[in-house]
Ligand binder design. Structure first.
Ligand SMILES: [Zn+2]
Length: 324
């Protein structure tokens, strides 16, 4: 029986998920709480270290049985040096997260972009097992991508590959968290969807989501999902547009790369998978080269929130050379 586990953490724009797991037993303990975003570097790292220490302690597996900590980060990462380059949704720039966390948790820390680590999880443990060329697209607070090429995670020259959310798709488009205008995620992420729903409601369009706006409450993925199930025209219109944009953009990427599977996940997509996936697929097929599109399976992640957590296992194997 395996005696070692990893502590795997996925830092989202709104929540942190953590798990203690290994291959044989799967996830033996999990923990989740809201993330501290845009409160400054110190508040962020103290909260994250506290989260991880709590996760390890409450799991009961014993500190000595933790082989290492893995982190999925929503932004660009320098994986060799354990530095977050830019994470707009967390308000972090050039932040040496691995060293800061190692000092506070006394374990080795390995970081990876959140969708890259999810792609590792999906490729090793999920729906893309055994596939060689796979694109993973997560639509949530932002939009991220991860690419498995010839059976391996493709990171590019400086670990920046897969940042599909910042592909420029619209001239004079909306402002993105990265500071530029017209990025894919500024047009079709949950943040963009909520912005567009808000704009229509403020223009006087009738929607069940108006109540949340009037109360100053955030519009979350599940609220959008309920609105769509209830036939809300504003929510359906904005979501349909987002699906069209996601389908066309992913078709362009696939025309370039010729994948055999495209896996869609992320908060807003998972909450609305039955509505979004068929619409994305239709737009994807319309804008793809037929010979590229006919070999592609377009699917949901199945592993959902657990995908980036499972991705920690192959990441640790890559760095420490141990099977867990
Ligand atoms: Zn951008």
């Amino acid at each position: 029986m395996a005696s070692k586990y990893i502590a795997s953490v996925d830092i989202g724009g709104t929540k942190i998920l953590g798990a203690i797991l290994n291959t044989e037993e799967g996830i033996v303990y999990r923990y989740k709480r809201p993330s501290v975003a845009n409160a400054g570097d110190q508040a962020f790292i103290m909260d994250l270290a506290d989260f991880i220490n709590q996760l390890m302690e409450d799991s009961g597996v014993g500190e000595d049985n933790i082989a290492g900590i893995t982190l999925g980060v929503p932004g660009s990462v320098d994986i060799e040096n354990g530095i977050i380059g830019m994470a707009p949704n967390l308000g972090l720039v050039n932040f040496p997260i691995a060293d800061e966390l190692k000092r506070r948790t006394h374990h080795e820390v390995f970081i990876e972009n959140d969708v890259n680590i999810a792609a590792l999880g999906i490729h090793n443990f999920g729906v893309a097992q055994g596939r060689k060329n796979v694109l993973v697209v997560f639509v949530g607070t932002g939009i991220g991508g991860g690419m498995i090429i010839d059976g391996k995670l493709y990171r590019g020259a400086s670990s920046m590959a897969g940042e599909i959310g910042h592909m420029h798709i619209r001239t004079n488009g909306p402002l993105c968290g990265c500071g530029k205008h017209g990025c894919f995620e500024a047009v079709a992420s949950r943040t963009a969807i909520v912005r567009d729903i808000t704009t229509l409601i403020k223009k006087g369009k009738s929607s069940v989501l108006k109540e949340k706006l009037d109360q100053g409450k955030p519009i979350k993925s599940k609220a959008i999902s309920s609105a769509i199930e209830g036939g809300d025209k504003v929510a359906k219109k904005v979501m349909s547009h987002a699906c069209e944009v996601i389908g066309t953009t992913v078709a362009s990427i696939n025309n370039l790369m010729n994948f055999e599977m495209v896996v869609f996940g992320g908060g807003v997509l998972e909450a609305n998978e039955n509505y979004m996936l068929p619409k994305i697929k239709k737009s994807f097929l319309q804008h793809s080269l037929p010979d590229a599109a006919k070999v592609v399976d377009v699917v949901g992640t199945r592993l959902r929130d657990d995908a980036p957590l499972y991705g920690g296992i192959p990441l640790i194997k890559e760095y420490l050379g141990i099977d867990l």
